[in-house]
Ligand binder design. Structure first.
Ligand SMILES: *Cc1c(COP(=O)(O)O)cnc(C)c1O
Length: 471
């Protein structure tokens, strides 16, 4: 029998929906063996040895809705959001939390984000339209991007969104023209590239000038942009933005960025710009595997708040509204992908491959970044692993792998494989390679499963095709 390890770092704030915890086994990190299952949120193991999420048997979900299937634990998403709110409330600062929709952008998710008091960050016309259709208040939508099109800027201005994060000098001119044409003044933040880049537990504060995003801090472009803003009558710059990376494990990189951006903020205020927002971006890390050990959200938010207070008081500035833009940390751990096991190939002394009915089309992150995941057989969760399996997708590409080293009981055709922590940057990065349709997405909560995105059909894939005309 496998041991069940409960997520230790995740602390639900007061008032958050409580996970239905199974009886806890002792869960010292040191005793975690390969094959143990980290039960996140409302996950539990049912009496028949099936994995349950949100009060639903995942084996049942796979049967009802087909596979591959994205299953989101709604209570866990809400709890993650509430943890951010709670941390900010403790700091006493004015704040806004914007969900970075690119992590997982659907109407239902934007609705949920708005219900939980989040603003929504869009980075394209498509994401912007999704947030609008979801009924997100336009004032609570922000638009990002290093190459926003004229049409995207026009949609944003016409819709009256809260602010646009201006990324470069070309956009500054374009947006000013769009605003004047529309006869409005548009609120903007300037995106500063602060020369700090953070990934996981490392951050590098030199040599990161080389980025396509934002006005450079070090070479004076950001300062120049602030100076030029006075001449753009269509734009009202209400603050500054920086974003230092993703899957950040501790807040040290934020502190350096805040110190640098605060210098510019002080210059803008001295020039009479109506600054009131300091947006420090997203990137809060999550626990994909047992090796990942991010600082709790609460501690990172407190570090950020302390850095803002001390930088602003050192500059004699009134405190700003602090904005953050989490994506991955809101939805990543709440998502689980269910696949049906198909064929396998055992190469003695080399590797055991098992193939599932999805792959890089619904999860390109191993192919893109060498990302690591953990998995279990959802219909046989209590069985001890027999070996290490390389989990392959069904695409015509050797790099189409989901996991290189999953400890599993010998997988049999028809088993349901659950890959954990797939809620961020999977569905949103899905492709149609090999003309595979995109999976369905269900939200589960209190025993109810709601389809929030339908599965595509083969016919859907042909919807935009037109025959070749001859003669
Ligand atoms: C991607 C991105 C985010 C969200 O990053 P996560 O790692 O998903 O939290 C936030 N802000 C900006 C500007 C981004 O590009």
């Amino acid at each position: 029998m496998r041991t069940q390890t409960q997520e230790q770092e995740w602390t639900a704030p007061a008032g958050a929906p409580q996970a239905q915890h199974p009886s806890r086994a002792p869960a010292e990190d040191a005793t975690r063996a390969a094959g143990e299952i980290r039960l996140r949120g409302t996950m539990r193991i049912g009496p028949e040895g099936h994995l349950w999420i949100g009060g639903c048997d995942t084996v049942d979900l796979a049967r009802r809705f087909g596979t591959p299937l994205f299953v989101y634990d709604e209570a866990l998403i809400r709890a993650q959001i509430r943890a951010f709110h709670e941390a900010f409330r403790e700091t006493g600062l004015a704040y806004e939390i914007a969900y970075a929709a690119k992590a997982f952008c659907t109407v239902a998710m934007c609705q949920l984000a708005a219900e939980e008091g989040l603003a929504v960050d869009a980075v394209s016309g498509g994401e912007l339209l999704t947030a609008l259709r979801a009924g997100v208040e336009p004032r609570r939508i922000h638009l990002h991007g290093n190459n926003k099109s004229q049409a995207e800027l026009e949609l944003a201005v016409r819709s009256g969104i809260g602010y646009i994060i201006v990324d470069n000098f070309v956009e500054l001119e374009m947006l000013d023209a769009v605003a004047r044409d529309a006869g409005v003044t548009v609120d903007v933040l300037l995106r500063v590239a602060p020369g700090v880049e953070a990934h996981t537990h490392e951050y590098i504060s030199t040599g990161q000038q080389d980025s396509k995003f934002g006005f450079d801090w070090e070479n004076g472009q950001a300062r120049e942009a602030i100076r030029r803003l006075g001449a753009h009558l269509g734009l009202r710059c209400i603050g500054l933005h920086s974003h230092i990376g993703s899957q950040i494990f501790d807040a040290a990189g934020f502190v350096t960025a805040i110190e640098r951006v605060t210098e510019l903020y002080a210059e803008g205020v001295a020039l009479g710009l109506p600054f009131r927002v300091l947006n420090v971006g997203g990137g809060f890390g999550i626990r994909y595997t047992a090796e990942d050990d991010p600082e709790p959200i609460r501690r990172q938010i407190h570090t950020i708040a302390d850095a803002v207070r001390s930088a602003f008081s050192a500059s004699g500035l009134p405190l700003p509204e602090v904005a953050v833009e989490p994506g991955r940390s809101i939805v990543g751990e709440a998502g689980t992908t269910l696949y049906t096991v198909g064929t396998h190939k055992v190469i003695p002394g080399v590797r055991n491959y098992v193939s599932v009915d999805g792959g890089m089309t619904d999860n390109p992150r191993l192919a893109l970044y060498g990302a690591r995941y953990e998995a279990a057989l959802a219909n046989r969760v209590n069985e001890a692993p027999d070996g290490v399996w390389a989990v392959a997708g069904k695409c015509c590409e050797s790099g189409d792998m989901l996991i290189w080293d999953a400890s599993l009981p010998d997988p049999r055709p028809g088993d349901v494989l659950a890959v954990f922590c797939t809620g961020a940057y999977n569905y949103s990065m899905a492709s149609h390679y090999n003309r595979n349709p995109n999976p369905a997405v269900v939200f589960v909560r209190d025993g109810e499963a709601t389809v929030v995105v339908e599965r595509e059909t083969w016919e859907d894939l042909l919807r935009l095709d037109r025959p070749l005309r001859r003669g």
